[in-house]
Write a protein that binds this ligand. Structure first.
Ligand code: AMP
Ligand code: GLY
Length: 421
């Protein structure tokens, strides 16, 4: 089979790496890919918003299956666009992708189907929001409705913070804002829960806990993710049953009632409070770096899984997982998540030796005359599997020491909740 993968992050490198192991895989293209993906695929530089150009390329190369990594093209309707030309695509269509594209759409769905989530209100102007905020109890959470690349969420401890949030959102910091969401603050521990579905069958795709904040101790600014570990320390079969019966199943059935069949990965960002799950947000894709963390523990052929999902035969797919623990540390450019320099050479990358339980997934990198350069905020993902988290982390930090890259930094406390007890 000829495969195309859309995206350029660590998630897409991990997906491509898993696909390249399948005996059914022929040529792989990554659009646009990174220096890592070029080891098993041909990178093709096409803008992910240019659906027409993407279609022309897929047609010319007679691609059999397309995998969409990031949320933007999904929310913008790439699946619907390519399906019109009978191209097989793994990922949800535009209506289904509203689960991530519009927080208000998801909140309304939760309300209609009694899905546990933070209490909320939707406000249409600065004035009505501020009137409500004056008599509210703090902390509370204020969110822009639309896609904001992980930003657009404000945890507010007082009225001053909340007025800043309301002004910034309505002044268009995250795009045109017709309304905003004000939510109750949920005090618990977060966990990421993943499934894959073909619209009929739901299969679990693992759990993880990620570290979104840039500084050690989970402090500082939000990032795309500084590291993760899987499985989550919170998961147990009783909790999983509740997540499926109270959150995932009513969501997918609710969508079906609206005439929307969800196909693809679904990522539930959950807050667990006293063993009860509450939905914080949905993402219509795998997480990054959760994907890099979870995929190396999949023992089954991922191409079979994707194909059976697209053909609505997921009930026949076999998903077998290693019971090893997995940990991922993300190496970032100095300055991230704010401004950082680009085109910094990563000198020692060729010195990294990986054993069979270790992986190096690229993110913001490019290859120039056989040298690797950092071109993004998140640069490399070091992943290791082991029987315990502590050993996995030690192996990763050894490799990071060997790399000794002065252009970047990484958190030295990934998975501290399961290691530094
Ligand atoms: P979101 O983009 O909705 O996932 O929000 C980003 C982050 O803000 C989440 O990962 C949580 O850490 C935090 N957050 C969002 N909503 C809430 C809430 N209602 N209560 C507590 N924390 C929240
Ligand atoms: N790791 C968070 C995300 O992928 O949204």
């Amino acid at each position: 089979m000829k495969i195309a993968i859309l995206g350029s992050g660590g998630r897409e490198h991990a997906i491509g790496h898993a696909i390249s192991k399948s005996t059914k895989t022929g040529k792989i293209y990554c659009i646009p890919g990174n220096a890592g993906t070029s080891s098993f695929a041909e990178n093709v530089d096409i803008d992910l918003n240019n659906f027409e150009k993407i279609y022309q390329f897929l047609k010319e190369k007679k691609i059999n299956l397309v995998i969409i990594g990031p949320e933007d093209p999904l929310v913008n309707g790439i699946v619907d666009y390519l399906n019109k030309f009978k191209i097989k695509v793994f990922g949800p269509n535009q209506k289904a992708a509203q689960l991530e594209g519009s927080k208000i759409f998801t909140k309304k769905l939760c309300k209609k189907y009694n899905i546990p989530t933070a209490n909320f209100g939707i406000f249409e102007s600065k004035e009505t929001s501020k009137k409500f905020l004056k008599k509210s109890k703090y902390p509370l959470v204020i969110k822009a409705d639309n896609l904001a690349a992980g930003k657009g969420v404000y945890i507010c401890n007082n009225i001053i913070d909340s007025n800043i949030a309301v002004n910034e959102i309505f002044n268009g910091k995250f795009g045109v804002a017709k309304n905003i969401l004000i939510e109750e603050f949920l005090d618990g521990e977060e966990m990421s829960y993943f499934i894959i579905t073909d619209g009929k069958t739901i299969k679990s795709f693992g759990t993880a806990q990620d570290h979104k904040r840039v500084m050690e101790g989970d402090k500082g600014k939000n990032t795309g993710g500084m590291g993760a570990y899987s499985p989550s320390r919170l998961i147990n079969s009783n909790l999983e049953k509740k997540i499926l019966s109270k959150i995932i199943t009513p969501t997918l059935e609710g969508l079906l009632e609206l005439g929307i069949k969800y196909k693809g990965f679904l990522y539930a960002g959950l807050m667990i409070i006293k063993d009860e799950p509450y939905l914080i947000e949905y993402n219509v894709r795998m997480g990054d770096p959760e994907c890099q963390t979870i995929l190396p523990t999949l023992n089954s052929d991922i191409l079979d899984i994707f194909t059976s999902c697209v053909e609505e035969k997921l009930d026949r797919a076999n998903l077998e997982w290693s019971d090893k623990k997995s940990l991922c540390v993300v190496l970032c450019s100095n300055g991230y998540p704010d401004k950082y320099k680009k085109n910094i050479k990563i000198d020692n990358i060729h010195k990294i030796n990986l054993d069979k339980n270790s992986y190096l997934f690229h993110a913001g990198t490019k290859n120039l005359e056989n040298e690797i350069y950092a071109v993004g905020g998140r640069v490399l993902n070091f992943v290791s599997l082991s029987n315990d988290f502590s050993k996995a982390r030690k192996k990763i930090y050894n490799n990071l020491n060997k790399l000794n890259w002065h252009g970047g930094f990484y958190r030295k406390d990934i998975a501290f909740k399961v290691i530094n007890k």
